[in-house]
Design a protein around this ligand. Sequence first.
Ligand SMILES: [Zn+2]
Length: 462
Amino acid sequence: MLPARVSIRAIVAPVLLALALAAPHSIAGQGTGFNPALPLIHVDNGANSPHAQAQHYVVLVSLDGFRWDYAKRDNAIHLLALGKRGVWAPEGMLPSYPSLTFPNHFTIVTGLYPEHHGLVANSFLDPASGKRYSIGNSQAVTDSSFYSGTPLWSLAESQGMHAACLYWPGSEAKIAGFRPSWYAQFSKTESTAEVQQARIDDAVALLRLPPDQRPHFITIYYSEPDHEGHEFGPDAPETRAAERKVDGLVGKLKAALDSTHLPIDLVVVSDHGMVHEDGDWVTLDQFADLTGFDTAGPLLYGKTEEDRERVYNQLKRVSAQFVVYRLKNVPADLEINQNPREGDPVVIATGPYPIRAHALPADSPNQSPEPGMHGFDPRKVPQMKASFFAAGPDIVKGKTVAPFENVNLYPWLAHLLGLTSPSNDGSLNILAGTLRDRGETPGTSSDDQSGNVPPQAAQPQK
Ligand SMILES: [Zn+2]
C-alpha cells in the first residue's frame, strides 16, 4: 500500500487558541534547565506515587525512517556503541503494516497492530463517523476518537507514574483518559538545530525535577533521516549526513542522561526503513471505475457492497504491481482485515511501487513519486525494516536479537517501567532474554541475574 506523501515535519504550527482553552494545562519552561525553544505543556496528573518513584526510567527515542542497516553501513558510532553496551537488532525490527510513520509510532507505544489502535495509515477515512484523519491536520491529530489502546504515557499516568512526550505521534490527544504530564505541540520548527537540542535539554530538566514530579517515561522523536530519505533516496549523501546528525544527537542525549546519575534505560528505535521507489505512479482509477468511492491515497472506500465487489473484480489480476483483496480476505499476516478504516477492497503493492487511487490535478507540483518511500510489507520489501538499540541498568550487555515485530516493544517497555500492561498484540517472551530479570515478576525468578540493578528496581508490581 502506498504511504501518504506528507512528511511529519510538514505539519503546520498548532493552533494556539486550543492551548488557551485547554485548562488546566500550563506552559512549563520557567524551571531550571528547560530550553525555551521547546515549550512544554504541563498537565497536572498529581504526584508520582511512592511505587512509581521507586522505578527506573525509560527514555524512548525514535529516529524517523532510520533503516535497520544504516547504522552499520555508515558507522553510526553512538548507536552502535549503545547496542554494544546493551542490545540491538543487527538484522532489524519488523514494522507493522503499513510501514508508515503514524501507524508504527502508535504501535510501538500501544503494542497493537494499526487496525487495533485505529491509525491504519497517515491519512484515512473513518466510515463510521465520516471524519478524516490526516497527520497534517492539527484538529484530527488531537481528536481522541481516532485512537484506541492505551499508549505507554497514559498507562504510566493511570498507574501513578509521570510521563513526558517531547514529540510523539498521538501525544497531543487525550487517550485512554490521560495526557502525558508534559508534552510538546508539534511545530514546523521541529527540525531546527535549536529545537533538536531542546529535546535533550528539556528531557534532562524534567529528570532533574523533584522525585515526586519527574517523569519516569520520556519519549523523544526526530523526523530525520526520513525527510532526506524521501527527497534524495536512501543511499544519497544527504540522507547519510542526516543519519550522522541524528546519531550525534543520540550521543549528546546519552551524555546528558548520564549526567543525571539516574538509572535510565535508553531505547532508540525507528518506525520503518526506506526504499528507492520503483517506476512511476500506479493509478487505480485507470483500472477501475471509482465513481462513488471515497479515497485516501491508495485506500478505497466503497459505499455499497455492489460497488465494493465490482471494483474488486475490476482490479483483480490487472497488474503485477499489486494484488487486491476484499477486506475480510486480506492475508492474516498483514493484520489488516477487520477495520473499515482500511477501506474495501484493499490494494497491496507487491514491491516498492507507488500506488494511488487518483492522479493529482494536472497543475499540482511534484507529479512524480519521490525517490525514496516506505509503507510496504516488510516481508516483501526488507528495506522497510526498522532499527532497535537499547542499553541501561535493566538490559543485558552485548546481546543481539533476531528480527521481531514492533508490537513486542510495549510489554517490554512496560516491564522496564514496572507497569502492568493491558492486553495487547505483543508478548514479553519475545524480548525477555534482553532483560536482566528475564522479564520475570520479582521474587519468582530462580536464577536472578539482576545483580547490577539497584535494589529499588526489584519492586515492580506486574
Ligand atoms: Zn516518511
